[in-house]
Design a protein around this ligand. Structure first.
Ligand code: PLP
Length: 363
């Protein structure tokens, strides 16, 4: 099976992890700090705070932004359920807005005035143009789980020039991996401090080595990343630009070789932006049949995503009459085909040939 996404872990990654395993610190040691500084530096933000997952990071971001019961949070219907669930974790309510079919990202013109927060998702790695949002809401938390290494027309994703915080995921299929893991980047020192405390039981650090006292001043969790994971992340980060270049080369090759087939290619990045191509999500007719046939023939396709409002947990969402027509119509044909650094040309040729064959049957 050729999967839709896969990590690339090399000897340097393994050596970096091994070094930590032989050291004094397995968790919350010097490599966490090193990884956070390198990540902040890479995206061009003042602070990066790592977490055990992007889901934990989204939860933390919602807490430190002060979101709570009664608050409405805009996000996309076409995203992983975690983008909406983080609002629920703090007692707030997701309020979806439809996507723009030309980007598959939220239609920023639909942001309601006076909304408490927006969680824009850079779907597939194509950055939302946050600099173009007409009226800036109180809080913007970017869900950039797909988009580390990508750039909008105005900034590197994570620089948070137009947002409060930006969340990344280091799950194996994402742009770089730590096994499980995530991070928040921000330019706000108060948020950075609060995020650090939240991920570690709400404890204010005591820097006096001669004193045992510590104070858990707010409710926190154990949402920490380990040094073992941070070593992998730091080593992966060094290869990120190459990974993104490879993903773009694969995408360009798909665009060229699939252009004659009865399918729709995904939205491309505008001039001056850089797509992350976490996903290459095409739209096909007879998706159910095409999907099953591709799986049968060894192509590990996936669908990103079953829309947020289709899930049982979304019974709390007020769905407008007519639903979210653009999200639903895009979802109806959607299939992610294999795209990851390390996918060989001959593997890609197998994907293209199989897809061509299957679409002849079901096109
Ligand atoms: C993967 C993903 C998440 C969750 O990331 P984890 O690190 O697995 O918790 C959240 N939002 C989006 C859009 C994702 O793709």
């Amino acid at each position: 099976m050729i999967p839709y996404g896969r990590q690339q872990v090399d000897a340097a990654d393994i050596a970096a992890v091994e070094k930590v395993l032989k050291s004094d610190w397995l968790t919350t040691g010097p490599v966490i700090t090193e990884f956070e500084m390198a990540l902040a530096d890479y995206v061009g933000a003042k602070y990066a705070i790592t977490f055990s997952s992007a889901t934990a990071a989204l939860h933390a971001a919602c807490v430190v932004a002060g979101l709570g019961p009664g608050d409405l949070v805009h996000t996309s219907p076409l995203t992983f359920i975690a983008s909406a669930n983080c609002a629920r974790y703090v007692g707030a309510t997701p309020a979806l807005i439809d996507i723009d079919p030309s980007t598959f990202n939220i239609d920023t013109d639909q942001i309601t005035e006076n909304i408490q927060a927006v969680i824009p998702v850079h779907y597939a790695g194509l950055p939302v143009e946050l600099g173009a949002i007409p009226a800036r809401p109180r809080v913007i938390i970017e869900d950039a789980s797909h988009a580390l290494g990508a750039r909008s027309t105005t900034e590197r994703v994570g620089a948070t020039t137009h947002s409060d915080m930006c969340v990344f995921s280091f799950h194996p299929v994402k742009p770089i991996t730590t096994g499980e893991g995530g991070a928040v980047t921000t330019n706000n020192a108060d948020y950075a401090q609060a995020l650090k405390e939240f991920r570690s039981h709400g404890i204010k650090a005591n820097t006096d080595p001669l004193s045992w006292e510590y104070n858990a001043t707010t409710l926190g969790y154990n949402y920490r990343l380990t040094d073992i994971q941070a070593a992998l992340g730091l080593s992966q980060l060094r290869k990120l630009d190459r990974f993104i270049a490879e993903r773009n080369a694969i995408a360009e090759r798909y665009r060229e070789k699939l252009s004659e087939l009865p399918l729709e290619l995904p939205p491309a990045a505008p001039a001056g932006a850089l797509h992350g191509y976490h996903l290459f999500a095409i739209r096909v007719p007879q998706r159910r049949e095409v999907f099953a046939e591709l799986r049968k023939r060894g192509i590990g396709v996936q669908v990103h995503y079953v829309p947020v409002h289709h899930h049982g947990v979304s019974a709390d969402i007020e769905i407008p009459l007519g639903g979210y027509p653009h999200a639903d119509s895009v979802y109806n044909g959607l299939i992610s085909i294999p795209t990851f650094p390390g996918l060989t040309e001959s593997e890609q040729d197998i994907v293209i040939a199989t897809l061509t064959d299957v679409l002849e049957l079901h096109g």
